[in-house]
Ligand binder design. Structure first.
Ligand SMILES: CCCCCCCCCCCCCCCCCC(=O)SCCNC(=O)CCNC(=O)[C@H](O)C(C)(C)COP(=O)(O)OP(=O)(O)OC[C@H]1O[C@@H](n2cnc3c(N)ncnc32)[C@H](O)[C@@H]1OP(=O)(O)O
Length: 224
């Protein structure tokens, strides 16, 4: 926990330096080459270890990567930007990927198609603080929404959250690692019903429980 917070603070200091100093491209030759290059930039997959990941997060990540070897589990890649909105809103980016490494939402989601469930390994960084030393409830809700949402979107296609019910049972220490287990309970027409639990990395503490209703969008209906 201490190490991941230290890594996050290092990123913070680097960011402060960035505000005071020259442009990022001027300081970083790799970034500068990309900036001026006409080559197609391959988007960065954020669901992979980075230096801010704690030992617990890496350990769990390695365990799930092992489970992926027989094909029963699959690691879901995760990108900041969506091609769907690029033309209208060039600055749009996924809320959960909007922070520098280690400061906000560090997570990876694995999916098991046979069991219709996902496991999200999540480390909430120092920018997600609510009560001092603990994660903000809104940050927990966001991560639950994203994890349960992926569990709904894989079988359901384009879905939106219609209802999310959360019981916060214990506060989650900032920078700790939690495991969000989500499962699809039933489908009724366009409605997908899901449930999830948020537990400590050793599974001993139940932090939160939630249920969610996701609706498959009707292509005939406009969203606005
Ligand atoms: C645009 C998405 C693009 C996806 C791109 C993919 C890119 C991938 C990238 C990253 C993934 C990240 C995942 C993040 C997940 C976050 C998801 C969100 O936060 S989403 C943001 C937060 N969410 C929003 O902003 C959503 C805002 N809400 C809406 O837009 C609409 O209410 C709706 C689309 C949810 C449903 O509208 P509509 O299609 O017109 O549906 P009807 O009225 O016809 O009802 C159909 C059935 O459902 C029932 N029912 C409906 N609602 C409720 C309810 N609350 N309670 C109970 N029941 C409800 C209703 O009774 C009926 O039942 P029945 O009669 O058939 O038995």
């Amino acid at each position: 926990m201490l190490r991941s917070c230290t890594a996050a603070l290092r990123t913070l200091r680097a960011l402060r330096g960035r505000r005071e100093g020259a442009s990022p491209a001027a300081r970083d030759p790799v970034l500068a080459r990309r900036w001026f290059s006409t080559e197609k930039v391959i988007p960065k997959d954020h669901a992979l270890p980075n230096p801010s990941w704690s030992k617990d997060l890496r350990l769990l990540f390695d365990q799930f990567m092992k489970k992926c070897e027989d094909g029963s589990w699959e690691r879901l890649p995760s990108y900041k930007n969506s091609k769907l909105v690029k033309e209208q809103l060039s600055q749009a980016q996924l809320f959960t990927r909007g922070y520098e490494d280690g400061l906000g939402f560090e997570y990876v989601i694995f999916y098991n198609d046979d069991e219709k469930r996902t496991v999200c390994l999540f480390q909430g960084g120092p920018y997600l603080q609510g009560v001092p030393g603990f994660l903000h409830g809104g940050a927990i809700a966001t991560m639950i929404d994203a994890a349960v949402g992926m569990c709904a979107a894989i079988p359901g296609g384009i879905v939106m959250t219609a209802n999310l019910n959360i019981n916060f049972k214990r506060p989650i220490p900032l920078c700790s690692v939690v495991v969000i287990n989500s499962q699809l309970d039933k489908i009724e027409g366009r409605k997908l019903f899901l449930s999830c639990t948020v537990r400590s990395a050793d599974e001993k503490i139940l932090y939160s429980e939630a249920t969610g209703l996701f609706i498959k969008l009707d292509p005939e209906k406009s969203l606005i």
